[in-house]
Design a protein around this ligand. Structure first.
Ligand code: ARG
Length: 592
């Protein structure tokens, strides 16, 4: 594994060195503020501010900086422009050599890993036991999975926590019903239970028990007692509870598999897992004075969180009947993640509507000392999924849409698109089915990931599987097209870098963008912003299209070295697309 310094970093270093040489008082930290630019390869705007600080003339300072810069190997030209900007052009040779070093580094493409990686616990993909998954759970799963992909790539260690809703008063009702109707959960057919079957069993029991619960006061009382038995660890009760959890997991796994997403059993650590810690969490908060007793409950108050009539809204750690709820489980989870898993960052990918809950939980944990400057917590509150009409996503009948139906439809539509071109590309029926799945699921993931997580986004299947515009299908086709170019060229030429060749403008633009892959992943990971990686990949595909239009690769056939160098650019583009999409959890079929 040989990591490669990006051209941007190298240029940055050269400019900083020259800056310090021209203006020693600026110190080594002086930032030339380098940006990619249309006029040259880069523009540096930092001299303006530095000159102002040093009471110097910015154009003069810029000229002095240029005098200190060594051109030749890396830099072709550095020019002063406007009030004191620098326009920087790198050499063609530096571009090709840097890319060749990337190409020699396998899957990592020369991207280094962090010097001091931390441990990030990502709380995502957290559906609820005995309940159907909905589009909100889809967002959490897709965003969380992409974040992990990017963070892992930077060398950070990520640990997943699927904080599933597997605890709470509703289990008293469900378990009591099962005790009184022992066959209720059994599958309708004898054959192995699949995900859909499991969910329909659970749905049936949920509805039936709810009906009895609402109609029968005695049952209600028995259900209440059952909650107490569950919380105090009664064996029979726990065994039945486990059946609900297991049945639900069959369903969850079937959905995650449909989503082409790997979920590990040991990372499914739901609310119930913290049950044994909750009393201690409450005690620690009460003893330290972070939480106080109020009307029998144990609560935490906040100066800046007020509800109606300006009354403070507290976080309830323990209810007055002694029960613990959602907040106690989240507070205990923080202790576990920080103290046992040694996390340095906690990320929660949870609906923005829960942001007040997390604000209170995090603040409480900070007051208790569980979170501090070394361990930070962040809620990536995501927006609502809207229908094509811009309203919250519902069926025509006004019901919430079943996640599975949605994914099935996406795959169906994508398969139609794939089939249209299948003959030309020479796909077998099996490949059509497989590609339909990768294109359909990729479309759903990409539509989510290409918008900033905090924004609402439209679930519009027509748009998602469109071949034009910023869609995963467009990127997948770009990838497959490059693979086909490489196959066609195969006999006569292969990808070989030729640093001695001069590059055409479209080659330089593509090359500079290819080189920025690692920097982009680091930035997107640090900001928890998968949409920045998505935007990078989209632009990569667009730059490739321009390059392929302007620079013939196969027909008309260029000179051998030029053909090889262009195939080299093709190959590196394909590999970068493949790696970038993989980090987002999206497949790139070889033929499409
Ligand atoms: N199960 C919850 C829901 O469906 C999400 C859990 C989020 N994570 C957490 N640590 N509270 O809304």
């Amino acid at each position: 594994m040989a990591s490669v310094t990006s051209l941007t970093s190298s240029v940055h270093q050269r400019l900083s060195d020259a800056l310090v040489a021209a203006l020693p008082e600026a110190g080594t930290g002086a930032d030339p503020l380098l940006r990619r630019s249309d006029r040259a390869d880069y523009q540096a705007n930092g001299i303006l501010a530095l000159a102002k600080k040093a009471k110097a003339n910015p154009r003069e300072l810029a000229t002095q900086v240029v005098e200190k810069i060594v051109t030749g190997d890396l830099l072709a030209d550095v020019e002063v422009s406007g009030p004191g900007f620098l326009n920087v052009t790198v050499t063609d040779r530096a571009i090709t050599e840097t890319l060749a070093a990337r190409a020699a580094d396998g899957d990592r493409l020369g991207v280094p890993t962090k010097d001091r990686p931390g441990i990030t616990v990502v709380d995502y993909a957290q559906p609820n036991v005995a309940k159907e998954m909905h589009v909100g759970h889809l967002r959490s799963a897709v965003i969380g999975d992409a974040l992990r992909g990017m963070l892992d790539f930077t060398g950070e260690r990520t640990i997943g926590r699927h904080h599933i809703g597997d605890w709470g008063t509703q289990f008293g009702m469900l378990i009591q019903y099962l005790i009184e109707n022992p066959d209720a959960l059994a599958p309708a057919a004898e054959d192995a239970v699949d995900g859909e079957q499991a969910m329909s069993n659970l749905n049936r029991v949920y509805k039936a028990s709810r009906a009895v619960f609402d109609a029968d006061e005695d049952f209600k009382e028995r259900a209440r007692k059952r909650v107490v038995a569950l919380q105090s660890g009664d064996k029979e009760t726990l065994d039945l509870w486990q059946r609900f959890v297991d049945e639900s997991k069959v369903y969850f796994y079937s959905v995650f598999e449909k989503l082409d997403m790997e979920i590990r059993d040991e990372e499914i650590v739901g609310e119930s897992a913290y049950n044994d810690m909750m009393a201690e969490t409450a005690r620690l908060l009460e003893e330290s004075g972070v939480a106080v007793r109020s009307e029998g409950a144990l609560v935490v108050f906040f100066d800046d969180i007020k509800g109606k009539d300006d009354q403070p809204v507290p976080l309830i750690v323990q209810k007055k009947d002694g029960g613990f709820g959602y907040a106690a489980s989240d507070l205990s989870a923080i202790r576990d993640r920080v103290q046992k898993l040694h996390a340095t960052s906690l990320i929660y990918v949870v609906d923005v509507r829960q942001s007040l809950h997390f604000k209170m939980v995090f603040e409480t944990a900070r007051r208790a000392g569980w979170l501090n400057d070394e361990v930070t917590a962040h809620n990536m509150g995501y927006g609502t999924v809207l229908g094509a009409d811009g309203k919250p996503f519902k069926t025509r009948e006004g019901e919430t849409v079943k996640l599975e139906d949605l994914l099935d439809e996406a795959v169906e539509r994508a398969t139609v698109v794939v089939r249209e071109k299948a003959e030309k590309v020479g796909l077998t029926e099996e490949e059509i089915v497989e590609n339909g799945r990768y294109v359909g699921i990729g479309a759903v993931k990409y539509a989510d990931l290409s918008t900033s997580p905090s924004r609402d986004y439209k679930f519009d299947l027509d748009q998602m599987v469109s071949l034009n515009g910023d869609t995963s299908v467009y990127l997948q086709y770009a990838y497959a097209r490059i693979k086909s170019i490489l196959r066609r060229a195969g006999e006569s030429a292969g990808p070989v870098a030729h640093p001695e060749l001069a590059l055409a403008p479209a080659e330089r633009a593509l090359g500079l963008h290819l080189d920025a892959f690692g920097d982009t992943v680091f930035e997107a990971a640090a900001e928890y912003a998968p949409h920045k990686l998505a935007a990078y990949l989209y632009q990569l595909a667009s730059l490739f299209t321009t390059f392929y239009d302007q620079c013939p690769v196969i027909k008309p056939r260029p000179a051998q070295e030029i053909a090889e160098n262009r195939l080299f650019l093709c190959d590196l583009t394909a590999r970068t697309l493949h790696e970038g999409m993989a980090l987002l959890g999206i497949r790139t079929p070889e033929k499409l």
